[in-house]
Design a binder for this molecule. Sequence first.
Ligand code: IPD
Length: 265
Amino acid sequence: MTTELLDLARSIALEAGELAAARRREGVEVAATKSNIVDVVTAADREVEELVRTRIAEARPYDGILGEEGGVSGGSSGVTWVVDPIDGTVNYLYGIPHYAVSIAVVEGEPDPATWTALAGAVFNPANGELFTASRGGGARLGDRAIRVADPTPLEQALVGTGFAYDAGVRREQGAVAAGLLPIVRDIRRGGTAALDLAYVAAGRLNVYFERTLNPWDHAAGALIAQEAGAVVKGRGDAHPSSEFIIAGHPEVVEPLEELLASLGV
Ligand code: IPD
């Protein structure tokens, strides 16, 4: 079943990504703001999510769907599709070719604290990169198996992170970044959590952490990173949540988590 779900996630992500890229070529404008003025949605986000929902409903009418723009629609099969139609909306809006369609398939309640991720696909149509994973089946970039980077001391670690839309949380995140910068190799803020996690999987980032993510931002990327050998977790032994997520080689995650705790994260 997992292979079948992964095949479907992959083909929907590719089709949805092509639609997003086509709309991007035609020009993109803000359709509405969400939590505040910097948290935006474009018509393409909505249209792409609609396409993804339609394709899932056609192929798997009894599955639930949790999508960034359309919320949750329950199913009866115990399987839920967790969808971010365009992760990296701000990059998308500005024409920065670093955004992704993120589709995960999970079993159990649609809650990252308890779900079991079965399959995931993260597709960046701007450069054609497709990251996939299935539970126990490893992670791939296109056809190639990928692995996390070997462990490295924090001084040589390239650290990915992101910032919330909320100004108060951002102020705290800025202070944490200021504390980290003198200690690590450098920091990257890619603007797309799904790709940040996929980049950990591919060894392009040593480690990644963020606060205040939504489930659809990390559902697929977390499985891809895990299947590539990363530990992906929340604080301590907790599951990743909107509270906190950290992902990377276990020997890099541990010292970074300690450092972040000392910086008040
Ligand atoms: C955002 C991106 C970003 C992260 C934000 C997310 P969106 O998702 O993943 O990298 O830092 O926390 O909200 O709004 O582009 O779907």
